[in-house]
Design a protein around this ligand. Sequence first.
Ligand code: S3P
Length: 735
Amino acid sequence: MIGRLVVVGLGLIGGSFAKGLRERGVCREVVGVDLDPQSRQLAVELGVVDRCEEHLAVACQGAEVIQLAVPILAMEKLLGELAKLDLGAAVLTDVGSAKGNVVRAARLAFGEMPARFVPGHPIAGSEQSGVEAANVELFRRHKVILTPLQQTDAQAVQLVDRLWCELGADVEHMQVEHHDHVLAATSHLPHLLAFGLVDSLAKRGENLEIFRYAAGGFRDFTRIAGSDPVMWHDIFLANREAVLRNLDVFRADLDALREAVDAGDGHQLLGVFTRARVAREHFSKILARRAYVDAMHSNDLIFLANPGGTLSGRIRVPGDKSISHRSIMLGSLAEGTTEVEGFLEGEDALATLQAFRDMGVVIEGPHHGRVTIHGVGLHGLQPPPGPIYLGNSGTSMRLLSGLLAAQSFDTTLTGDASLTKRPMNRVAKPLRAMGALIETAAEGRPPLTIRGGRRLGGMTYEMPMASAQVKSSLLLAGLYAAGTTTVIEPAPTRDHTERMLRGFGYPVAVEGKAATVESGHKLTATHIEVPADISSAAFFLVAASIAEGSELLLEHVGINPTRTGVIDILKLMGGDISLENQREVGGEPVADIRVRSAKLKGIDIPEDLVPLAIDEFPVLFVAAACAEGRTVLRGAEELRVKESDRIQVMADGLLALGVKAEPTPDGIIIEGSSIGGGEVHSHGDHRIAMAFSVASLRATAPIRIHDCANVATSFPNFLSLAAQVGIRVSEEAKS
Ligand code: S3P
């Protein structure tokens, strides 16, 4: 509850802010100020404010918060007037769409930026205007960006933050320059282009004729040219520098397109159009999901798994995630055109694909798992236009780090909340020893900034942990490093990078635990068939094992010996699993896997199998919960730094379902027992969400699994395949 809120400027935004907070009873009194007497009168009549004042000085007496919602070019004058008043401890904030301009004006008026001024910008609007359009729902599920400065009072920021949250907005904080740059690119530039295109056609005189033939494309592209010209004129004047910077970049790109059209360069055009189309699809998917998720004010996509079921049928799970990532990376660095089949169209692999598009590689697809990569050679990558966003994908970030450490340009790698917590020093440290310059956030966390133009030197590195990501990262750096690069692993880890490098004709020497590459060779485009991912198949291997009367055939699964720990462990537990039709496809062994239900027993999991089943433990813990007796896992501390702390999160979930599970620093002890129903949390970890879906087969009541949206990172069609074979899990309907 705050005391007096003053809103200066009773237009759509100011009016909606005032009315929303007034209706929610957050302020003792809401006072409006506006130059226009009619707006003042309407504001009181419509219940937007408690009262209105004509004079700023009167309104601001005793104010606790003053919201400045006047047009952006009027801000300077308003701030000048405010500076003459005694505002006490009032918190000032504003809604201007360009922030540098507001901060400049405040400095001019007050001599320095007041500590209790929190600049803000709600990204919301409507074609209607005026206080009569005030809408208490206007900001719900919309972003509001606050751009506090270093000297801004933290309590003032918190207060403004809270007020916007009361209105249902999603508040983010950003630096002033970043805000202006981002808005110039994503909002101001498109408006300029829309206004400009319509005017350019209209003023030719033959406009009537032209517009008669205009169809949906023209209408969609120019919709925003119907916006308020005065407001936009203000915005362009206020955000001049950032708009100009973005406009210049765009003009250069437009010139390049012009040249391509002029020269009949279809390859260039296809490259730009494909990149644009897929970038749009990719980001609209991520954004749509995020908007939806934000809208729910939590990450909560809930899976409801109903108890019981028997599995039958034959399915092919999606392509291997590790191999899909590597196919894009090596295909991009190869000379010639690489065709990929069976590519995993999950968000993680798509993040890698997008990263290479950002670095200028023309990649067609994916379409039904087919991707065509027009390789640019080892030295053909171009600087990306901005930070590369890798979502949830640790593999993308770690492997790319090695590769990017050797490029001529700087890059910044970012990711989602989970990826931002994951350790990157495991790659940054050895890469620095090779000569790389890599900056990380505190404790070696992302974002990573990787400086280009460094000469790397090869080295021999003994990895302190068994990690294929670290090994691969260093081998990729080794393609560019002077001399040879050798990575020695403490235990065997997945060797897809070594196999695929050879598939692209790049020599790799493997001797025992050491893999060595030397620079100076090249990658030659090839054909890659990605087998089905054994890590995704694992959910069904356990599911069919624990559900009585089941028999399932999993087709075309990759059975690389560095990945088959899950089969070995299940067999040790008494699982009935057989490999059929074993063959080799593009350098990777593949088989159809038949699994029948079996009576499982608890075991001590041999430590040498841990790296070979590292991603499968969440579902193996479910198998352990269904087994007779005790299962003990040791030597698996790596599980604590995966997409979540998989030991703790699984233990918490199992305990919630009544299973005795005791986490240890490097593993877990699970007593086989009956599984109850209840609520479990995946903490955004795809494999945990799927593991608990499988647990329902033996549960006595429904299991509700929270935070499941990230299943799309590795297994986008999990729910439909699960339903097809008889697991009763589905997305819970939203109330
Ligand atoms: C992967 C390696 C493993 C694995 C991850 C994918 C890869 O990570 O957990 O899902 O593709 O190289 P670590 O290298 O951290 O063990």
